[in-house]
Design a protein around this ligand. Structure first.
Ligand code: HEM
Length: 159
């Protein structure tokens, strides 16, 4: 029996901006190449990764460590995308799957867990808010039940 078997190597936790920059470059490289969600970046938004990365690094540095000043809006760019091509639950599911896999591939620890949980939470919130915003336009309720009377009231109030 091998008594010198090495202990399983632990990955380090996300420690700060440098780690985030590396993690996010890896994540967005995978997201851009992904057949399901890649086209939102490459074809619809025409995202320049060199512009997007510093901003999204600020977003995460603020979210995890409160050390960066991020004052952007996560909802607005996604609402714009959604109006060109609807972002489905499966798209957000794919985002979360890639995010979890990328974080797990590089890190483990409390900040890594927080990053995964927060990504999932934002994905869920974005999906809910986009689906809800679209309900009065299409007449289709989003994931929550919207009574027809409420839709009629809402449309009456804008006349
Ligand atoms: C299917 C899912 C998603 C797609 C396709 C997507 C795509 C995009 C695109 C194309 C932009 C605009 C980038 C540009 O300026 O060109 C953007 C912005 C942004 N995304 Fe997402 N996104 C998704 C989900 C998420 C999630 C779950 C988060 C949560 C962390 C997130 C965080 C952000 C933030 C914070 C910005 C704004 C960055 C800024 O201030 O410029 N996105 N996203």
């Amino acid at each position: 029996m091998n008594q010198h078997r090495a202990a399983p190597r632990r990955r380090a936790d996300i420690a700060g901006r440098e780690d985030l920059a590396l993690l996010l470059r890896r994540f967005y490289t995978a997201a851009f190449a992904d057949p399901r969600i890649g086209p939102f970046f490459t074809q619809i938004a025409g995202t320049d990764l060199d512009v997007h990365l510093p901003r999204i690094t600020d977003f995460w540095e603020h979210a995890l460590f409160r050390t960066a000043d991020y004052r952007g809006s996560a909802l607005a760019p996604h609402a714009a995308l959604h109006s060109v091509r609807p972002m489905a639950a499966e798209d957000f599911g794919r985002w979360v799957q890639l995010w979890r896999a990328t974080v797990d591939g590089l890190h483990e620890g409390p900040f890594a867990e927080r990053a995964k949980a927060q990504g999932e939470r934002v994905a869920l919130t974005l999906h809910r808010r986009l689906a809800r915003a679209e309900a009065p336009l299409t007449g289709r309720p989003g994931p929550g039940f919207v009574p027809l009377a409420a839709l009629e009231l809402r449309s009456a109030s804008v006349l």
